[in-house]
Write a protein that binds this ligand. Structure first.
Ligand SMILES: [Zn+2]
Ligand SMILES: [Zn+2]
Ligand SMILES: [Zn+2]
Ligand SMILES: [Zn+2]
Ligand SMILES: [Zn+2]
Ligand SMILES: [Zn+2]
Length: 944
């Protein structure tokens, strides 16, 4: 029983039914297992004929709910998307307790894919029919102002968090039994399918609105590259590897798996015909087909209807016909639908019979094409509901004429000045596993294009649409391309030469925006998307000095569009920190926030994100990683700060891994355990208070006459914050500076870790030179015994009389070596109570390894030596030192520690935790793909 009928004989092909209806192909069914209604989530009662099921998408519904169904069938879902946006697919995997958004069945044990930025799931075998309706993350339109722009909910059906309540009727709206319920991908609001249309269409972004980068403030480069590339995801594009998997099989696969199925099929073959269906010439060329089983001796009509459903086509069967697949180009004979299949086709070489499913062109020389208004026209139209119009065309109608006709059709809704057809072009868009575009030639004949496309593949044709686009990119066409992994500290001319050699003159950029000399990175600007695409594709395959170039396409923020009460959060995640947790967090944050405000530090470090945010007058930063990662982000901020609108954005931390002394001091805790809902982490950031953090400059000045390899190594190490001709090196210190025993032990630890360089990623990550150098020195390393004799310390101009010690620790914060406090609790003495913003450092002594251990376990404190803001140290011999947990062996010379002009604004987690009510829609991401963690050395652990 087709729930919808359209008796209009003159309606255009693939008639307008889907503009109004849900498109399901319902038939009555008796269910033998407990079954639930996808519309209302209640169980289906009774023994026979309890409800209806859609033969295309398996939507199950009560008799009583049948008339109310609103969820569209997979057969029409792709027509309903206004602005198609491609998903970002994960690697195939097993996802528990989830349902396929296409066939609505459980993912169970079959391989499936999920979108990395929205809650879309699909079986691998269903991916041919995936609907490209991911959330629109960059929707800036120049004609709209921030006071007039409206954000709508982005509804996604099913896979709701447990215990979701409907915002409209306040009742439970999730189900563990079927794909049902709706959830907004932005604000997390949930509702019944029956209720969501009663909610206001406008979306407020929910509880994260204060830190969410609004999509209407963003543009992304219009380029023909996969979405994953635009997001800078570090994974191989997916489509290539799986182009012939799933239900559509290639003949090879069929042969391979046929043995296993033989037994099962022998029984089936007795009473069923299994037929291979090709949906067009191109599918035959690629040998991609779907199999359909029908009872033996039924008329071919039955096969035709089954074939349509397997290709998710809910159009009328009379618009289609079948022919036997032959190798000959001509002479396709149409099958008689009244006769059984077997009598009309033979299966050759024992292979299963194969047929073409063809569209019956009602008129070879005239028809309709479906034209979508595209963002250009639809933004001028107040009626956002007009998804497309059918434009009549003949075989002679050109693209130019079609554009004029289409504009006329949309004309009643658009401003007359904007309707000049010469301003527009017609784009053919393919939604097949992504979104790709082709600009049509003005003299091309759209009817011919459509007819040819239908003969090549019906499935692909259904994924094809035409839309009208402005010739001039209204966003301006400046494309920013970040290139990293170049040698550091060259001149602009040298960088230009390197890049021109790689990219080629014909693909030259239009300008350099910034050069980060210290990091060997820069941003190129392109004004032409095609040139940028070519340059991008060249760069990502190339290496320089044996290092693969790092290349990223960056979005463009329009700061004037950010509402005054919004402080966007730039989220920097070190995915290598804390085992799998960094990876899990970045996934959650991409879904909770705008994915364009979330950056993977393993892909270019903090610079790309800081560059993208450079024009925002007020923003916050969240660093997910250890203290080393925080230091890395701070030092990049020091570098880009001068050019940025926001000089000192406050920084919050989600501590990953171990150590995390700075995070502890700022109440972010010793390390994220994975237990807390990522949504709550973000709420903590919103509620956190700003606080200043003193920072310190440590200047190492080796004695002139020494000219050993150490000095050369330091001088050559460009990652040292600054190195000038006289071999002075300068570091910024945020947490602590150690001399002697603790640095010595850290050095051992770091060298052990170096054997596992993959795990070692921090701001000094290519300081490998130190470790190699250290290793050589270690062989005959000196004891730190009587350190007081080999160093001289002066604080604020006064020389200190050092007690017998093996180590000295100078701290800015009151946490060291994973939460220990060498300074100790408050007591009556000449020293004032230390803070991390008082402009003073605390100096304590450690008598030896045992004492160090006691401080670490909280049994004893260090020996308080001094407090002060300016420290000068003479190293009389080579001495192990460490700055913020990065150790090395420093040759004899002078060390000066003084207050840095660079202060950091940090966010301290609020003490009075606001009790959160559970009634608010909360967004929960189960850690279903968490793997058991192996304890591993972490780059960000403290000095011990
Ligand atoms: Zn129902
Ligand atoms: Zn359906
Ligand atoms: Zn499926
Ligand atoms: Zn998506
Ligand atoms: Zn919403
Ligand atoms: Zn409801």
């Amino acid at each position: 029983m087709a729930a919808l009928s359209n008796s209009d004989e003159y309606c255009p092909p693939e008639s307008d039914v889907f503009e109004h209806g849900h498109g399901h192909f319902f038939t009555k069914k008796t269910f033998h297992k407990p079954t639930y209604c996808h519309h209302c989530t209640d169980m289906l009662w009774g023994l026979i004929g309890q409800g209806y099921v859609c033969e295309v998408c398996n939507f199950i519904v009560h008799d009583r709910c049948l008339k109310m169904v609103v969820s569209p069938c997979s057969s029409i879902a792709c027509y309903l998307i206004k602005n198609p946006v491609s998903h970002c697919w994960s690697e195939p995997g097993h996802f528990k307790r989830k349902f396929c958004n296409l066939c609505r069945k459980r993912l169970e044990d079959s391989l499936a894919i999920r979108c990395e930025i929205c809650e879309y799931y699909a079986h691998l075998e269903c991916q041919d029919f995936v609907v490209s309706d991911c959330k629109e993350c960059a929707t800036y339109v120049p004609t709209k102002e921030k006071n007039t722009v409206v954000q709508y909910h982005h509804w996604r059906e099913g896979n709701l968090p447990g215990n979701s309540k409907c915002l409209h009727c306040k009742k439970t709206c999730w189900s563990a039994e079927c794909l049902s319920g709706m959830r907004c991908e932005w604000c997390g609001v949930t509702a019944h399918a029956a209720c969501y249309r009663y909610l206001p269409a406008e979306c407020s972004f929910g509880c994260l609105r204060e830190i969410l980068l609004p999509p209407y403030s963003l543009t992304v480069p219009r380029m023909d590259v996969p979405m994953e590339m635009l997001f800078g995801f570090q994974k191989k594009p997916f489509a290539e590897e799986f182009s012939s998997s799933g239900d559509s099989k290639t003949e090879d696969e069929d042969r391979r798996s046929s043995k296993e199925r033989e037994g099962r099929d022998r029984d089936r073959d007795r009473d069923e015909d299994i037929v291979r269906i090709f949906d067009g010439n191109s599918s035959l060329k690629k040998r991609i087909y779907r199999t359909v089983a029908v009872p033996k001796n039924v008329p071919a009509q039955v096969l035709l209807e089954a074939a349509l459903r397997t290709f998710h086509i809910s159009d009328k069967p009379r618009n289609f016909y079948m022919t036997e697949v032959t190798e000959k180009e001509s002479g396709e004979v149409e099958l008689d639908l009244k006769q059984p299949i077997r009598s009309q086709i033979k299966s050759r070489d024992g292979k299963r019979p194969a047929v073409f499913l063809r569209y019956r062109e009602p008129h070879p020389d005239r028809g309709y094409i479906r034209v979508h208004p595209g963002p250009a026209l639809s933004n001028l139209s107040p009626q956002a509901t007009v998804h497309f119009k059918h434009v009549p065309v003949t075989s002679d109608t050109t693209v130019t004429e079609t554009i004029a006709k289409a504009i006329e059709k949309f004309g009643s809704e658009v401003n007359s000045e904007e309707t000049d057809p010469s301003k527009y072009k017609l784009i053919e868009v393919h939604l097949d596993r992504g979104v790709s575009e082709r600009e049509m030639d003005p003299d091309e004949r759209p009817l011919k294009t459509a007819q040819e496309s239908r003969r090549e593949s019906l499935r692909q044709y259904r994924m094809t649409r035409f839309y009208i686009k402005q010739k001039e990119d209204p966003h301006g066409s400046q494309i920013a391309m970040f290139v990293g992994n170049l040698p550091t500290s060259l001149s602009q001319l040298q960088y230009e030469k390197i890049l021109l050699d790689i990219i080629g003159k014909e693909n030259k950029w239009s300008g350099f925006d910034v050069i980060y000399y210290e990091y060997g990175a820069l941003v190129l600007l392109f004004s032409n998307p095609e040139t940028a695409t070519r340059a991008y594709n060249i760069c990502k395959e190339r290496t320089f000095d044996d290092k693969p170039l790092l290349v990223l396409l960056l979005p463009n923020i329009q700061p004037q569009m950010i509402p005054d009460n919004v402080t966007p959060l730039l989220t920097l995640v070190n995915v290598k920190s804390g085992g799998q947790q960094g990876m899990e967090l970045i996934r959650s944050f991409r879904k909770l926030l705008n994915p364009h405000q979330v950056y993977d530090l393993m892909n270019g470090g903090p610079l790309p994100g800081l560059y993208v945010f450079r024009n925002i007058p007020k923003f916050k930063i969240l660093v997910c990683g250890g203290d080393g990662t925080v230091g890395w982000a701070l030092s990049c901020l020091d570098n880009v700060g001068q050019d940025a609108q926001c000089q000192s954005p406050p920084m919050a931390i989600v501590p990953l891994g171990t150590g995390n002394d700075l995070a502890r001091v700022l109440r972010w805790g010793p390390g994220y355990s994975g237990a807390e809902d990522p949504l709550n982490l973000l709420r903590d950031v919103i509620e956190a208070e700003e606080i200043k953090l003193d920072r310190w400059t440590v200047i190492f000045h080796p004695n002139e006459k020494e000219h050993d390899e150490t000095k050369v190594a330091i001088a050559n190490d460009t990652n040292a914050a600054n190195t000038n001709e006289d071999n002075t090196s300068i570091f910024v210190m945020n947490n602590y500076f150690g001399i002697g025993i603790d640095a010595d032990i850290s050095l051992d630890f770091h060298m052990a870790r170096e054997e596992n360089p993959d795990k070692f990623n921090s701001r000094l990550h290519n300081k490998g030179v130190y470790f190699k150098m250290g290793l050589r020195k270690m062989v005959n390393r000196r004891s730190c015994k009587d350190l007081q004799r080999s160093i001289k310390v002066e604080v604020d101009g006064k020389p200190l009389d050092l007690p017998p010690v093996e180590g000295i620790i100078i701290t800015n914060i009151l946490s060291w070596a994973s939460g220990a406090n060498p300074w100790g609790p408050e007591k009556e003495d000449q020293f004032s109570k230390p803070t991390h913003y008082d402009g003073m450092l605390e100096i304590v002594g450690v008598t030896g390894v045992v004492h160090l251990g006691q401080i670490q376990s909280g049994l004893r404190n260090g020996i308080r030596i001094a407090q002060g803001g300016h420290i000068r140290i003479h190293l009389l011999g080579d001495t192990p030192v460490q700055v913020d947990g990065e150790p090395w062996l420093q040759p004899a010379g002078q060390v000066v520690v003084l207050r840095s002009a660079l202060k950091a604004t940090m966010l301290k987690k609020s003490k009075n935790k606001i009790k959160r009510r559970n009634t608010e829609p909360s967004i929960y991401f189960p850690t279903d793909s968490l793997q058991p963690q192996s304890p591993s050395a972490d780059p960000d652990s403290g000095p011990l």
